[in-house]
Ligand binder design. Structure first.
Ligand SMILES: Nc1ncnc2c1ncn2[C@@H]1O[C@H](COP(=O)(O)OP(=O)(O)OP(=O)(O)O)[C@@H](O)[C@H]1O
Length: 407
């Protein structure tokens, strides 16, 4: 029986062996709502490439056309020095649009999962972060927002290479800054900046928020702001960083969904509690437990990316100038970045540094000899989700706005 022309079977039937005139499908390496990414061998050149094969549904075709327009816009950028995936054009296979890219190794998400459940070493973190800031600096120089920056959209070029090289992929939601529509909500809620969640106009600084969250995740080995709904994610943000300024909230198309307007009071807006949400919308917050503060300090670079006010957020090219990347601070530490940052208390309240006292002192001494590092002992909070997962009291960075240090 012939598979229905809209079915998954039909789609896979169409791409089973060859694509276009000269691509042999060797493997399916990615699959999503859009279609699949296949590892293919070009029989003319004998080169192996990644081909993104989009389903032929109307909405997906439209998104593919828009992605191609963005990829064309980015052709002025050198994919190797700008840390952006190389795009070799597109072709049609039956009714499917196929885009050809250089073949990359594995996503940063999988790299983290496979190797570093407890976060990366400082030696690995720095080059990855520098390369992502480089990619964004170039992308933003073309007045384009990626709008879907997250570890699955960052690919490791070759996991055996040292230092690791990464590239930005997936421009399916990217758009010219001038075409950003206020109120548009897309991408992944965990990595979405507050301005998008609140329906405030957004621009390149949106990506900087996502980069801040990626940096925190690379250090911690888990998400900073997980949550099942927009409200949950906003609640994590507000609880740890305070709420965005009134001037930002005033512009949000969706502000009133999550905040009460208070007449003649400062601030003008008050974040709704889980109980407010329940009484108003019959809505259950996914987790109503408090986040417990463990200790407090600061991380300049993360804080400057995670500024609730997008207009005050650091830009990608400024990230590259940040003292965090000062070459006089050793890069090849084998210590876990989270451990270097953490100096925490255990449940009984005893001080229990994640590094030994000796290594902590060593680190502190080296601070005296080098310019002040951007990353000093961190502020941490216990995260309930991690506790639910029985992984013990993992620690989260506290980013309270009122303690943020101006760079
Ligand atoms: N150039 C590449 N080399 C190797 N694998 C790739 C490449 N591009 C994409 N992939 C794999 O295919 C997956 C999906 O690709 P991509 O993110 O471009 O599609 P998408 O439409 O955004 O998918 P999703 O629906 O997950 O957002 C990636 O997460 C990655 O694992």
């Amino acid at each position: 029986m012939r598979p229905n022309s809209n079915s998954r079977e039909h789609f896979f039937h169409n791409i089973r062996s060859t694509l276009g005139n000269c691509h042999i499908v060797e493997d399916i390496i990615g699959e999503g709502g859009f279609g699949v990414v296949a590892k293919c061998r070009n029989t003319d050149t004998n080169k192996t490439v990644a081909i993104k094969i989009n389903k032929s549904e109307a909405g997906i075709l439209q998104q593919a056309v828009e992605e191609i327009a963005i990829l064309k816009r980015l052709r002025c950028l050198n994919p190797d020095t700008c840390n952006i995936v190389r795009w070799d054009g597109f072709f049609f296979h039956k009714e499917n649009i196929c885009m050809t890219f250089e073949l990359l190794d594995q996503s940063l998400y999988h790299y983290l999962q496979e190797q570093h459940t407890r976060g990366l070493t400082m030696g690995e973190l720095k080059p990855i972060l520098h390369q992502l800031a480089t990619a964004l600096a170039h992308l933003h120089s073309t007045e384009t927002v990626h709008a879907d920056l997250k570890p699955v959209n960052v690919m490791v070029v070759n996991r055996d290479q040292h230092p690791i090289q990464v590239k930005l992929i997936d421009f399916g939601l990217a758009c010219p800054v001038s075409e950003v529509k206020q109120g548009a909500c897309f991408g992944t809620v965990w990595y979405s900046a507050p301005e998008m969640l609140l329906g405030v106009p957004f621009k390149e600084s949106f990506d900087m928020w996502s980069l801040g969250l990626i940096m925190a995740e690379l250090i911690l080995g888990c998400h900073l702001y997980p949550g099942k709904t927009v409200y949950d994610v906003l609640r994590f943000m507000v609880e740890t960083q305070g709420q965005p300024p009134d001037e930002v909230l005033d512009q949000g198309l969706y502000t009133e969904n999550y905040f009460f307007k208070q007449n003649n009071r400062t601030p003008r807006w008050r974040f709704k509690s889980p109980e407010d949400m329940y009484y108003q919308y019959g809505f259950y917050a996914s987790d109503t437990r408090d986040i417990k503060l463990k200790s407090l300090d600061e991380i300049d670079l993360i804080k400057s990316m995670l500024n609730m006010d997008a207009s005050k957020r650091i830009m990608a090219r400024e990230v590259l100038q940040h003292p965090f990347f000062d070459p006089s601070i050793p890069e090849s530490s084998s210590a876990n970045a989270g451990e270097i940052l953490a100096h925490t208390e255990n449940h009984e309240g005893n001080t229990s540094p994640s590094m030994s006292a000796a290594s902590w002192e060593e680190r502190t001494d080296s601070h005296a000899q080098h310019p002040a590092p951007a990353l000093s002992p961190v502020s941490w909070v216990e995260h309930p989700q991690v506790q639910q997962d029985n992984e013990g009291p993992l620690l989260f960075i506290l980013l309270q706005c009122n303690t943020a240090r101006v760079l």
